[in-house]
Design a protein around this ligand. Structure first.
Ligand SMILES: CC(C)(COP(=O)(O)OP(=O)(O)OC[C@H]1O[C@@H](n2cnc3c(N)ncnc32)[C@H](O)[C@@H]1OP(=O)(O)O)[C@@H](O)C(=O)NCCC(=O)NCCS
Length: 181
Protein backbone atom coordinates (compact mmCIF):
# COMPACT_ATOMS: atom_id res chain seq x y z
CA UNK A 1 0.00 0.00 0.00
CA UNK A 2 1.40 3.39 -0.86
CA UNK A 3 -1.43 5.79 -0.03
CA UNK A 4 -0.10 9.07 1.37
CA UNK A 5 -2.50 11.78 2.56
CA UNK A 6 -1.26 15.25 3.39
CA UNK A 7 -2.59 16.57 6.70
CA UNK A 8 -0.79 19.91 6.76
CA UNK A 9 2.65 21.24 5.89
CA UNK A 10 5.17 18.76 7.27
CA UNK A 11 2.62 16.19 8.47
CA UNK A 12 1.07 13.37 6.50
CA UNK A 13 -0.68 10.02 6.93
CA UNK A 14 0.41 6.73 5.44
CA UNK A 15 0.11 3.03 6.23
CA UNK A 16 1.88 1.24 9.06
CA UNK A 17 5.22 -0.38 8.18
CA UNK A 18 7.80 -2.57 9.89
CA UNK A 19 10.24 0.33 10.32
CA UNK A 20 7.71 2.11 12.57
CA UNK A 21 8.73 -0.17 15.44
CA UNK A 22 11.54 2.11 16.64
CA UNK A 23 9.19 5.07 16.92
CA UNK A 24 6.39 3.09 18.56
CA UNK A 25 8.85 1.97 21.23
CA UNK A 26 10.21 5.49 21.64
CA UNK A 27 6.84 7.24 21.93
CA UNK A 28 4.97 4.59 23.92
CA UNK A 29 7.77 4.08 26.43
CA UNK A 30 6.30 6.61 28.87
CA UNK A 31 2.77 6.65 30.32
CA UNK A 32 1.78 9.82 28.40
CA UNK A 33 -0.36 7.97 25.89
CA UNK A 34 -1.17 4.94 28.06
CA UNK A 35 -2.92 7.04 30.71
CA UNK A 36 -5.78 8.17 28.46
CA UNK A 37 -6.15 5.14 26.18
CA UNK A 38 -7.43 1.59 26.66
CA UNK A 39 -5.67 -0.69 24.20
CA UNK A 40 -2.04 0.33 24.55
CA UNK A 41 -0.07 -1.74 27.06
CA UNK A 42 2.38 -0.32 29.59
CA UNK A 43 5.24 -1.03 29.72
CA UNK A 44 5.23 -1.18 25.92
CA UNK A 45 7.52 -3.96 24.69
CA UNK A 46 9.12 -5.01 21.40
CA UNK A 47 6.65 -7.90 21.31
CA UNK A 48 3.75 -5.45 21.61
CA UNK A 49 5.13 -3.37 18.73
CA UNK A 50 5.80 -6.40 16.51
CA UNK A 51 2.33 -7.81 17.18
CA UNK A 52 0.54 -4.55 16.41
CA UNK A 53 2.53 -3.82 13.25
CA UNK A 54 1.99 -7.32 11.86
CA UNK A 55 -1.71 -7.15 12.67
CA UNK A 56 -2.03 -3.84 10.85
CA UNK A 57 -0.10 -5.06 7.80
CA UNK A 58 -2.17 -8.26 7.57
CA UNK A 59 -5.44 -6.36 8.08
CA UNK A 60 -4.59 -3.96 5.27
CA UNK A 61 -3.61 -6.80 2.97
CA UNK A 62 -6.91 -8.57 3.68
CA UNK A 63 -9.08 -5.47 3.20
CA UNK A 64 -7.15 -4.07 0.26
CA UNK A 65 -7.50 -0.59 1.76
CA UNK A 66 -5.82 1.31 4.58
CA UNK A 67 -7.86 1.73 7.75
CA UNK A 68 -4.95 2.43 10.11
CA UNK A 69 -2.55 5.27 9.49
CA UNK A 70 0.69 6.47 10.96
CA UNK A 71 0.81 10.22 11.46
CA UNK A 72 4.23 11.16 10.12
CA UNK A 73 6.48 14.18 10.35
CA UNK A 74 8.30 15.78 7.43
CA UNK A 75 10.90 12.99 7.48
CA UNK A 76 8.18 10.30 7.48
CA UNK A 77 8.89 9.31 11.08
CA UNK A 78 5.86 8.02 12.98
CA UNK A 79 4.69 10.59 15.55
CA UNK A 80 1.23 9.15 16.20
CA UNK A 81 -1.59 7.02 14.90
CA UNK A 82 -5.15 7.59 13.70
CA UNK A 83 -7.09 4.46 12.86
CA UNK A 84 -10.16 2.28 12.79
CA UNK A 85 -8.28 -0.89 13.69
CA UNK A 86 -11.25 -3.22 14.04
CA UNK A 87 -13.10 -2.12 10.90
CA UNK A 88 -14.20 -5.00 8.66
CA UNK A 89 -14.95 -3.25 5.39
CA UNK A 90 -17.96 -4.45 3.44
CA UNK A 91 -19.77 -5.78 6.49
CA UNK A 92 -20.75 -2.54 8.19
CA UNK A 93 -21.50 1.14 7.63
CA UNK A 94 -19.74 2.34 10.76
CA UNK A 95 -16.43 2.34 12.56
CA UNK A 96 -14.91 3.27 15.89
CA UNK A 97 -11.86 5.48 15.57
CA UNK A 98 -8.86 5.81 17.86
CA UNK A 99 -5.83 8.07 17.85
CA UNK A 100 -2.78 9.14 19.77
CA UNK A 101 0.04 11.60 19.29
CA UNK A 102 3.50 11.56 20.87
CA UNK A 103 3.82 14.17 23.60
CA UNK A 104 6.34 16.53 21.92
CA UNK A 105 3.70 17.28 19.27
CA UNK A 106 0.75 17.95 21.58
CA UNK A 107 -1.01 21.30 21.51
CA UNK A 108 -0.20 22.30 17.92
CA UNK A 109 -3.52 21.36 16.35
CA UNK A 110 -2.00 18.29 14.69
CA UNK A 111 -4.59 15.79 15.92
CA UNK A 112 -7.47 18.08 15.03
CA UNK A 113 -6.13 18.14 11.46
CA UNK A 114 -5.28 14.42 11.41
CA UNK A 115 -8.77 13.42 12.56
CA UNK A 116 -10.34 15.80 10.03
CA UNK A 117 -8.28 14.18 7.28
CA UNK A 118 -9.10 10.66 8.44
CA UNK A 119 -12.82 11.41 8.73
CA UNK A 120 -13.01 12.69 5.16
CA UNK A 121 -11.13 9.63 3.93
CA UNK A 122 -13.48 7.32 5.90
CA UNK A 123 -16.63 8.90 4.46
CA UNK A 124 -15.42 9.22 0.89
CA UNK A 125 -12.90 6.43 0.20
CA UNK A 126 -14.15 3.83 2.70
CA UNK A 127 -17.82 4.77 2.09
CA UNK A 128 -18.69 4.69 5.79
CA UNK A 129 -21.78 6.49 7.08
CA UNK A 130 -21.09 6.76 10.81
CA UNK A 131 -17.99 7.15 12.99
CA UNK A 132 -17.82 6.83 16.76
CA UNK A 133 -15.17 7.56 19.37
CA UNK A 134 -15.06 6.81 23.07
CA UNK A 135 -13.05 9.11 25.35
CA UNK A 136 -12.42 9.16 29.08
CA UNK A 137 -14.48 11.88 30.77
CA UNK A 138 -11.25 13.49 31.95
CA UNK A 139 -9.72 13.64 28.46
CA UNK A 140 -10.65 17.23 27.64
CA UNK A 141 -8.15 17.49 24.77
CA UNK A 142 -9.50 14.46 22.96
CA UNK A 143 -13.10 15.61 23.40
CA UNK A 144 -12.13 18.96 21.88
CA UNK A 145 -10.48 17.26 18.90
CA UNK A 146 -13.77 15.48 18.21
CA UNK A 147 -15.99 18.50 18.81
CA UNK A 148 -13.85 20.63 16.51
CA UNK A 149 -14.43 18.00 13.83
CA UNK A 150 -18.20 18.07 14.20
CA UNK A 151 -18.65 14.98 16.39
CA UNK A 152 -21.70 15.17 18.65
CA UNK A 153 -21.77 14.08 22.25
CA UNK A 154 -24.17 11.11 22.21
CA UNK A 155 -23.77 9.77 25.70
CA UNK A 156 -22.18 10.09 29.07
CA UNK A 157 -21.18 6.61 30.13
CA UNK A 158 -20.99 6.20 33.89
CA UNK A 159 -18.22 3.92 35.16
CA UNK A 160 -17.92 2.58 31.62
CA UNK A 161 -14.19 2.02 31.56
CA UNK A 162 -12.04 -0.18 33.78
CA UNK A 163 -8.51 1.19 33.93
CA UNK A 164 -5.81 0.18 36.42
CA UNK A 165 -8.37 -1.09 38.89
CA UNK A 166 -10.57 2.01 38.67
CA UNK A 167 -13.96 2.43 37.02
CA UNK A 168 -13.97 5.66 35.03
CA UNK A 169 -16.69 7.66 33.33
CA UNK A 170 -16.55 7.93 29.56
CA UNK A 171 -18.13 9.84 26.71
CA UNK A 172 -19.43 8.53 23.43
CA UNK A 173 -19.12 10.82 20.41
CA UNK A 174 -20.66 10.18 17.00
CA UNK A 175 -20.47 11.73 13.54
CA UNK A 176 -22.66 10.98 10.53
CA UNK A 177 -21.59 11.54 6.96
CA UNK A 178 -24.52 13.91 6.48
CA UNK A 179 -23.29 16.03 9.40
CA UNK A 180 -20.37 17.02 7.17
CA UNK A 181 -21.43 16.78 3.54
C1 LIG B 1 -5.65 14.07 23.14
C2 LIG B 1 -4.68 14.34 22.00
C3 LIG B 1 -5.00 13.39 20.86
C4 LIG B 1 -4.82 15.79 21.55
O1 LIG B 1 -3.99 15.99 20.42
P1 LIG B 1 -3.39 17.45 20.09
O2 LIG B 1 -2.77 17.42 18.74
O3 LIG B 1 -2.56 17.88 21.22
O4 LIG B 1 -4.75 18.29 20.06
P2 LIG B 1 -4.93 19.70 19.31
O5 LIG B 1 -3.65 20.48 19.43
O6 LIG B 1 -5.47 19.41 17.96
O7 LIG B 1 -6.01 20.41 20.23
C5 LIG B 1 -7.40 20.31 20.02
C6 LIG B 1 -8.11 21.12 21.05
O8 LIG B 1 -7.97 20.48 22.33
C7 LIG B 1 -7.41 21.39 23.26
N1 LIG B 1 -6.54 20.58 24.11
C8 LIG B 1 -5.55 19.75 23.71
N2 LIG B 1 -5.01 19.15 24.79
C9 LIG B 1 -5.66 19.62 25.87
C10 LIG B 1 -5.58 19.37 27.27
N3 LIG B 1 -4.69 18.51 27.77
N4 LIG B 1 -6.43 20.03 28.09
C11 LIG B 1 -7.34 20.90 27.60
N5 LIG B 1 -7.49 21.17 26.28
C12 LIG B 1 -6.65 20.54 25.44
C13 LIG B 1 -6.66 22.41 22.44
O9 LIG B 1 -6.51 23.61 23.14
C14 LIG B 1 -7.57 22.53 21.23
O10 LIG B 1 -8.72 23.28 21.54
P3 LIG B 1 -8.91 24.82 21.06
O11 LIG B 1 -8.60 24.83 19.60
O12 LIG B 1 -10.31 25.08 21.42
O13 LIG B 1 -7.89 25.58 21.86
C15 LIG B 1 -3.22 14.10 22.47
O14 LIG B 1 -2.99 14.87 23.63
C16 LIG B 1 -2.91 12.65 22.77
O15 LIG B 1 -2.55 11.89 21.88
N6 LIG B 1 -3.06 12.25 24.05
C17 LIG B 1 -2.74 10.89 24.49
C18 LIG B 1 -3.58 9.81 23.80
C19 LIG B 1 -5.07 10.10 23.81
O16 LIG B 1 -5.62 10.62 24.77
N7 LIG B 1 -5.72 9.71 22.70
C20 LIG B 1 -7.15 9.86 22.56
C21 LIG B 1 -7.87 8.76 23.24
S1 LIG B 1 -9.65 8.95 23.09
Amino acid sequence: MSLIITVRHGVHLSGIRVTDKTFLLKHLHSRDVYDTTLNIPHPYTETDADWWIQKRIEHTRRLGQEVSFAIRDDEARLIGVVSADSLQLGTTHRAEIGYWLARPWWGQGIMTDAVRTFVRYAFTDLHLRRLTAHVFESNVGSARVLEKNGFKLEGRLRKHVSKDGQLLDGRLYGLLKEDLF
